[in-house]
Write a protein that binds this ligand. Structure first.
Ligand SMILES: NC(=O)c1ccc[n+]([C@@H]2O[C@H](COP(=O)([O-])OP(=O)(O)OC[C@H]3O[C@@H](n4cnc5c(N)ncnc54)[C@H](OP(=O)(O)O)[C@@H]3O)[C@@H](O)[C@H]2O)c1
Length: 337
């Protein structure tokens, strides 16, 4: 595979330098249908060869199995890999309905040790609070996270699905290197407060689900086509009449892709990179894939330039999307804005 070198970007003012696109590893263990483990592991190695260095996991993915899966790869390439993981979503395999959010210091201290053990490493490069529990003061949670930096268990801090105000408050307690929240042609609520706050503070943004969980690539038209345990079956924008209406919104993406001889996925990824330039902030999207065959395509998108006319075609899309990102938006930053 011959590819142009992936440019690099810094996470925050003193964070690590990473390839401007990372790899989301979540689907390798859960949520998006059956996985071929050998192919997933080969995808990790191949991603590194394309210049991807930021690898994203969380303790919640596959009840810890995603951290266990990528651990050997991380250890074998420790000097090159920038390892990001997360705490806060409490899950128990024997209680599948439990999805607690925990931000209290005792929980954080136990969670980091469990992640380090599953990953088999002695330090996490970027440790995110996955979800915010507003009942716990940020000073307590971020204070506990900062202690992990002082203890040498974590190098840099991140937050996921936070409001602009929460980011400012946290950053005043300890520098935040990155905010990770959903951001795509279909999901732009972050542009209201989190993105402007990150831009103002010099915090990098790590857009998750930049391909709209695969919907923006045209790979599936409705959740009903997916495996019975696929999480997208529960997400309002991919089901029933919403999915049908949203499918029509792919038309401008398809039109640009056809005219440029690129794929829908590439248009979607290029849009995130260019939208960040408008806001004046660093972005490192983390498209998720379990397949080597996607890497060249997704990596090439990082240097694809959309014209002003193409961007104008995509501008109204998010405002027309039917259905929320999650069944319960209270757990996202939108619920607290
Ligand atoms: N902080 C949070 O709360 C949060 C929430 C969700 C996700 N995340 C992180 O963000 C990462 C990425 O998000 P995501 O995986 O939800 O969504 P995504 O990156 O928008 O889309 C992933 C889906 O797109 C497919 N795909 C990837 N490249 C493709 C291509 N070129 N053509 C066609 N299909 C393609 C993948 O299938 P294949 O695997 O079959 O290629 C997968 O089904 C996750 O892995 C996870 O690490 C974080």
């Amino acid at each position: 595979m011959t590819l142009p070198a992936l440019p690099t970007a810094r996470l925050g003012t003193d964070g690590p330098l990473v390839g401007v696109q990372g790899l989301g590893c979540m689907g390798m263990s859960e949520f998006y249908g059956p996985t071929d483990t050998a192919e997933a592991l080969a995808t990790l190695d191949a991603a590194l060869e394309t210049g991807v260095t930021l690898f994203d996991t969380a303790d919640a993915y596959g009840f810890g199995r995603n951290e266990e899966l990528i651990g050997p790869f991380v250890r074998a390439n420790r000097e090159r890999v920038v390892l990001a993981t997360k705490f806060a979503i409490e899950r128990k395999e024997d209680d599948p309905n439990l999805r607690g959010i925990r931000n209290d210091p005792a929980y954080i201290r136990a969670a980091v040790d469990a992640s380090l053990r599953r990953l088999g490493v002695d330090v996490i490069d970027l440790y995110y609070m996955h979800r915010r529990d507003p009942a716990v003061p940020l000073a307590e949670s971020v204070g506990a996270m900062a202690e992990l930096v002082q203890a040498g268990k974590v190098r840099h801090l991140g937050l996921s699905e936070v409001t602009g105000a929460e980011l400012r408050e946290a950053h005043a307690i300890h520098p935040i290197a990155a905010v990770q929240s959903e951001w795509s042609v279909f999901a732009r609520d972050v542009e209201r407060s989190a993105v402007p706050a990150a831009a103002g503070l010099g915090v990098a943004f790590v857009p998750y689900s930049p391909l709209g969980r695969g919907f923006l690539t045209g790979a599936f038209q409705a959740a009903e086509q997916l495996a019975t345990d696929d999480v997208r079956r529960t997400q309002p924008r991919f089901t029933g009449a919403n999915a049908e209406a949203n499918g029509g919104l792919l038309e401008p993406i398809r039109q640009i892709a056809t005219a440029r001889g690129v794929t829908l996925a590439q248009v979607a990824l290029a849009w995130v990179h260019q939208r960040a330039q408008v806001h004046g902030l660093t972005v490192v999207p983390i498209p998720g894939t379990r397949k080597r065959s996607r890497l060249a395509e997704n990596t090439a998108a990082a240097t694809l330039e959309l014209t002003a006319e193409e961007l104008a075609l995509l501008e109204p899309v998010a405002g027309q999307v039917a259905g929320d990102r999650y069944p319960n938006m209270a757990f996202t930053q939108v619920g607290r804005e």
